[in-house]
Design a protein around this ligand. Structure first.
Ligand SMILES: [Fe+2]
Length: 359
């Protein structure tokens, strides 16, 4: 088997390229967009065909090269179905197996760093993403993180692998490359001999700064790292015969959302706001919000809505009325659908958006 551990200096990210030496079929795990040319050169020099580009989770600290690799090589992109990465070709779940030549990569669900975090096992090698690090673990304080879930995943799913299993993490900030299950079980300061409660306490008191790229990376990574223009191309390229969680993007998705949500026009919205008892949520991007917005509107861009909603106590009550708006009513329809999926049962989307309101 060909096994390459690649490093992105800017974000301290490890990317893994694995290939079957006979058939030359390859998979890549957690590629970084700025390293695209390194991957393409490596594939070419080794004569490899990239079958899958896999993500251990939707990253907050770098943008994936998955979408670009799909455009350049025709590879299939795959992300956990729990990540909301709608344009990925494959929505991955626990126990899935990716075959490349005679080799196999098995998916182990390891939620906790994010709800959709997964690890991969290939022969005696565990690619642990941001779940288990060397002498550490991924943080659990944003993106649906859950310290208890991470403890359970590591102790019940990863520490039950054979002791000699090699651990290859998604990051290391001290220049270490590889560990083993035994080493982590016995010497990881957050986990060795620690109870679930003790672990949760450690994780709740890390007080880490927010990743610099989170507002850019998380929304982009939900589209395999592509920007708006590149996404249009992705829509055309997608193989619609394959099962995916949501078919189509853009206009299709908005039309589908409008079937299941409630829209109100600007006049009704204005009346409801003047009566009070309704939270107003602006789901546009920060720069659009800055250029003008409704009074008292909460800024919660649609791309990070699920991850950031917990920061707003005024949205704790899922039965309270919420009015969402965007520029023209498309993104707010999608956001309203997401809110309904999160359990909010009194959500209204303002038809025509801020443009109609301004008029
Ligand atoms: Fe991460």
């Amino acid at each position: 088997m060909i096994f390459r551990q690649l490093f992105d200096k800017a974000t301290w990210t490890y990317t893994y390229l694995l290939a079957d030496s006979k058939t030359k079929e390859a998979v890549i795990i957690d590629p970084v967009n700025t390293e695209l040319n390194v991957y393409l050169k490596l594939l070419e020099s080794e004569g490899l065909t990239l079958k899958y580009s896999l993500e251990s989770h939707v990253h907050a600290d770098h943008i994936t090269a998955g979408g670009l690799l799909r455009q350049k090589t025709g590879t299939k992109t795959a992300v956990s179905g729990l990540c909301g990465a709608e344009t990925a070709d494959i929505q991955v779940k626990d126990g899935d197996v990716f075959e490349f030549g005679d080799e196999q990569l098995k998916v182990i669900s390891t939620p906790g760093h994010t709800a959709g975090s997964i690890s991969f096992l290939c022969r005696d090698r565990l690619l642990s993403g941001d779940s288990l690090f060397i002498g550490g673990c991924g943080r659990t304080d944003f993106q649906g993180g859950d310290a208890g879930a991470l403890y359970d995943a590591i102790t019940q799913r990863l520490f039950t692998l054979p002791n000699e299993t090699l651990v290859y993490p998604g990051h290391d900030y001290q220049g270490r490359w590889v560990s083993s299950i035994e080493q982590e079980k016995t010497s990881n300061p957050r986990l060795a001999g620690k109870s679930r409660e003790a672990f949760i306490e450690i994780m709740e008191n890390l007080n880490l700064p927010h990743p610099k790229l989170i507002n850019e990376a998380v929304p982009a990574n939900r589209y395999c790292g592509l920007d708006e223009d590149e996404r249009q191309d992705a829509v055309v390229r997608r193989d619609l015969s394959k099962p995916v969680r949501i078919l189509g993007t853009g206009a299709d998705k908005v039309a589908a959302a409008k079937q299941v949500i409630t829209e109100v026009n600007v006049d009704t919205a204005q009346k409801l706001i003047s009566e009070g008892n309704i939270s107003v949520v602006d789901v546009r991007e920060e720069n659009e919000y800055k250029d003008g917005h409704l009074n008292d509107a909460i800024l919660l861009p649609r791309g990070v809505l699920e991850f950031k909603i917990a920061n707003f106590p005024e949205l704790d009550d899922k039965s309270a009325a919420v009015l969402v708006y965007c520029r023209t009513g498309g993104r707010s329809a999608l956001a309203a659908q997401t809110l309904q999926e999160l359990g909010y049962n009194n959500v209204l989307s303002m038809a025509g958006g801020y443009e109609a309101w301004s008029k």
